[in-house]
Design a protein. Sequence first.
Length: 366
Amino acid sequence: MRIIQLIDTLEMGGAERMAVNISNALHQDGNEVLVIVSRKKGPLSKFLLERIPLINLEKTRFFDFRAFYQLYKETKDFNPAFIHAHGTSIYWAIILSWFFSSTKLIWHDHLGVNEEVIKNNPRKELKVLKRWIDGIIAVNPVIQDWWISFLNFNPEKIKYIRNFPFLSFSLSSKSGKSLDIVHVANFRQEKGHLTLLDSCKILKSQQVKFNLRLIGQILEAEVYEKVLKTIKTYKLEDEVEVVGPVDNIASELEKATIGLVCSDREGLPVSLLEYGLANLQVLSTRVGNCPEVLNNGEFGYLVEPASPDQLASMLIYMRDHQVEAKEKSNKFHNHVSSNYGAKQFLKEYYSFLKVVNPHTLIPASF
């Protein structure tokens, strides 16, 4: 089976990591995969398996006819059964689909949906464009329900499929009285960096020993500058390190004991699953699919979003209850390994492709 994975970039981000993970999993299962990035490659491109071709269109604007013609030509030459578009690449993918009537278009909607998002980005254009989308993969049930309820999309042609990590870690369970914390999230308003720093201020005022590493791409410069300013204002230079984007996330996670999700809204962050694979103790806000993934606290700890007091208190609790925290992290590691692996994703993915196109030829392994 031939599949094109289409995405804007392969910068550090959840959607981008999923594009790489899906491409690798499909390739390992015997499918022919072509990855096309419309704007630029980014550091995640080096994690594509060696035999997966990668095309960079170097698109500079929406009406970039040279880049679109190259996309058309690459698609014609590759002759895919499916175009799997991620995020905002759906707009060019829809135009592309007009030229390839036998190719089915799948959209992977990675956006976390809440009232604020719907108000600021109602996506009204999708009511018109949805007619050219053959199937939608949602990263959590909220997005799935939103498409069905608000955009009247065919329920049979939209499916919630869990994200999955594609990394290898040692199986050692980490513990200790010091708080070695990692927060993997791009610098964006909804990712909760400032709430996290407010909690760090509380920890320091209570003379709690900790160190925090902030890992992620700088997508909103204003947020990044506020983070740097707040660290200086709170005098957290000795406790907080702004690492920024990294290529090898596995090696960074192995340095930590606790992994944080501090977002105000989410779909299903890939970083949460990677924390599980790394056997980290996990603390997350109650957003998106995080409570479900953590089985409402069985596999990790949950606090309300935008609540630095709760965040600080729970970190202290985790430090003081290491037997419990380690038990939860071990359970979470086993849970992620069993339920969020590539094989489970492919099983649901192939099933969905058969719904979109009943003539789809699934690899013999499934």
